[in-house]
Ligand binder design. Structure first.
Ligand SMILES: Cc1ncc(COP(=O)(O)O)c(C=O)c1O
Length: 451
């Protein structure tokens, strides 16, 4: 009862001027200004996050984009587990088809599972609200999101520029699959803006694409600068914001055209689903949604439900992960057995200033180099009690890996070093465990290096 009352009061408090109205005339919660933002590290925000609207990221994580229209008045969005949708009669079918062909889209129903699903749409609206986007479209994985966006947008003969420190499967897709379709990719060093601009080919280049922060060195690209270069050359921009999260940075506010996430990571947050999302301008996302209906990468309703549930705690989880990662990074930086720490929240990181300018918190991943060989580094990892040894990141359970033995296992040492992956490099994806416990665990495991 209390809960119902609180929700009613909450509904009444919504400032209609600062919210969008959904087609049903119900207010949709939109975002709050930078000054009203939550603090991610218990102190004053280090940077301005120019969210538009009234609500902060925790409120948006719970209520963002939600018109609260539910079958049977349930609180959570139900799982609409269906592959197709019935029409009452032929007149109903014709009415739907006519509205669809007129392109108004306001028909209040779906036609077939590959084109849309109410549970999936609930997630799309929430991500759009969090990202400050016109709309968002959900896919079956982060790779399905990226590949669908590129396949749907790039005709043969076009070209993209991407930054080097990026997810290896994205790079693989661009330099092998896109190449076969006659689409060329130029890879430039992350942070080299002159090289990036010089790589743009007039009339051929369609996209500048980058991750921020990157994997595993957490390089942060200057979003404003990339957007400015792109606009000058009439090129569009894509930022994979998986490591950034919708809490710590909002690339669209800096003039970026598309934001992508592997929702498998922080957005889902529990290592129990695969999904991906692209957010951007409403008309562009509508075109991409149509392309998804052809390419087929829609997410399953069960997974969409898990993602919606996970998203409700996104703000809380990321806040904890930011705080823990900062403390872990500071602890490791002073430890005699650690050679180097890579974390954008540290002044020693090459992109610290860029990160401070455009991020509220610096994320939950800390990379570091142990003072030791590949084997000694493995001994340290094996001595840890809390994190699982596993790929991925962004969930409630901490995960740790030695990239040389995980993503780059099949490469020779020479090939690995060429990509900057040393045997003693460790990527620690911090979960929501108590920070003191994570630090004590590191402390005891690092002792194996001195034995
Ligand atoms: C930055 C980044 N982008 C995209 C992906 C691909 O996402 P998914 O595994 O959900 O396909 C990953 C996966 O690790 C990633 O780290």
């Amino acid at each position: 009862m209390l809960c119902t009352l609180e929700l009613r009061v909450f509904c009444c408090q919504i400032d209609i001027d600062k919210t969008e109205l959904t087609e049903k005339g119900k207010p949709t919660v939109t975002a709050k200004s930078a000054d009203e933002q939550i603090n991610t590290n218990g102190s004053k925000p280090k940077s301005k996050l120019p969210r538009k609207g009234k609500y902060g990221s925790n409120t948006l994580s719970v209520h963002g984009g939600d018109n609260r229209a539910r079958a049977h008045q349930s609180i959570p969005m139900p799982i609409i587990q269906t592959a197709t949708y019935a029409f009452a009669d032929t007149a109903d079918l014709i009415n739907f088809m006519q509205h669809k062909s007129w392109g108004d889209g306001v028909v209040g129903r779906e036609e077939y599972g590959r084109y849309g699903n109410p549970t999936v749409q609930a997630v799309e609206s929430k991500v759009a609200a969090l990202e400050g986007a016109g709309d968002a479209v959900l896919f079956s994985s982060g790779m399905a999101a990226i590949t669908s966006l590129l396949l749907a947008s790039l005709p043969t003969g076009t070209h993209i520029v991407m930054t080097g420190d990026c997810y290896r499967r994205t790079r693989q897709f661009c330099i092998t699959f896109l190449k076969r379709l006659g689409i060329e990719t130029t890879i430039v060093e992350t942070g080299d803006y002159e090289a990036l601009e010089a790589a743009i080919q007039p009339k051929r280049t369609r996209f500048i694409m980058s991750e921020s922060p990157t994997n595993p060195y957490l390089r942060c690209v200057d979003l404003e600068r990339i957007a400015e270069i792109a606009k000058r050359h009439r090129v569009q921009t894509i930022i994979d914001s998986t490591f950034g999260t919708s809490i710590n940075q909002l690339p669209l506010d800096y003039g970026i055209d598309y934001v992508t996430h592997s929702a498998t990571k922080y957005l889902g947050g529990h290592h129990d689903l695969l999904a991906g999302v692209v957010a951007g301008r409403k008309d562009r996302i509508a075109a991409l949604r149509d392309a998804r209906g052809v390419l087929g990468g829609i997410v399953d309703p069960q997974n969409a439900y898990l993602l919606e549930r996970g998203l409700k705690t996104l703000g809380l989880r990321v806040k904890q992960q930011n705080q823990s990662a900062q403390r872990v990074a500071e602890y490791l930086e002073t430890h005699p057995q650690i050679e180097r720490v890579w974390y954008p929240g540290l002044a020693s990181h090459p992109d610290h200033e860029v990160a401070v300018k455009q991020m509220i918190g610096f994320g939950g991943v800390v990379s570091f180099e142990v003072r030791g060989t590949l084997e000694e580094t493995s001994n340290f990892i094996d001595a840890l009690e809390i994190p699982y040894i596993a790929p991925s990141l962004g969930g409630v359970d901490s995960l740790i890996e030695q990239p040389a033995l995980m993503s780059f296992f099949e490469k020779t040492e020479e090939e690995r070093l060429e990509l900057g992956i040393k045997g003693n490099l460790v990527r620690f994806a911090i979960g929501v465990e108590d920070t003191d416990d994570l630090i004590s665990d590191l402390e005891q495991a690092l002792k194996v290096l001195t034995k």
